[in-house]
Design a protein around this ligand. Sequence first.
Ligand code: GLU
Length: 316
Amino acid sequence: MMPEKSAIASAVRTAHADHAGDTGGANASYIPYLASVDPSLFGVCVATADGDVFEAGDAGFEFALESISKVCSMALAMEHTGLPEFHDKVGADPTGEPFNSVIALALHGGKPLSPLVNAGAMSTVSLIPAASADERWQKILAMQSAFAGRDIRLSDAVNDSEQSTNFHNRAIAWLLYSSGSMYSDPMEACEVYTRQCSTLVTTRDLAVMGATVAARGRNPVTGKQVFDPSLVPPILAEMTMEGLYTSSGDWAYRVGLPGKSGVGGGVLAIMPGTLAIAAFSPPLDPAGNSVRAQKAVASVAAALKLNIYNATDFAQ
Ligand code: GLU
């Protein structure tokens, strides 16, 4: 059941007002561009499965999508391989290690375990059928745009910053290749993966992207079917297991909604069939999740009594 519009609008306003003054956390510093973004920026937005949008604060500011891009590429690869093959090749378990962990790979015979860590995300990119890096990239960009309902663009500034510093990810790509978990040229997969992280979205885009998952793969603003509805449960399962890095279990316990964050400061959570909650603020906690955005999303979810483990609560 959809919460009242007035209740959603009020929850978004309150989440922004209650956390606008919060400090804590630090911008990601290992990507030079991200370190330079104004840490005081803070946006909150809800998009519903009916296509209504409610926003507060800096919800129109464009920031780097980063790891949240992994959700779009996962849908693209799943559509191509089918679910059993995707599950077999990439996996659906938390690694228990940081998102760019080499140890996690070493511990599991070179298998990435999840499409939502860097290793699994590069493996995922390599599964998308393409004859060239550009074709692979155009498919991913088109998918991000369909999720958001507008033309998403690459930021050359973010991309240059990432491509010139992504030595760690290149090492992971070669490790995947050596263990048989890379299905294209490894440097092509790494390069295209890095581009997919370097696109710009607003908090509003992020909410509409989430609402596309909430609405069974149909973008509720454009009305376009972006991916097959059968992908929604596995996408949400992957997000539950690894969406907030090493805090994914804590997030499930405290908030109870499948989520995904990125080191650009975005956090997205999805109540299937109902709505998506997005927030953005650059300073991160040690796990890589935006401090303020986590609080804002949790606040909206609690105010609207949205929790997949207590799904009838708001209907009382
Ligand atoms: N482009 C970043 C990286 O590969 C994304 C990391 C993230 O947001 O988790 O390190």
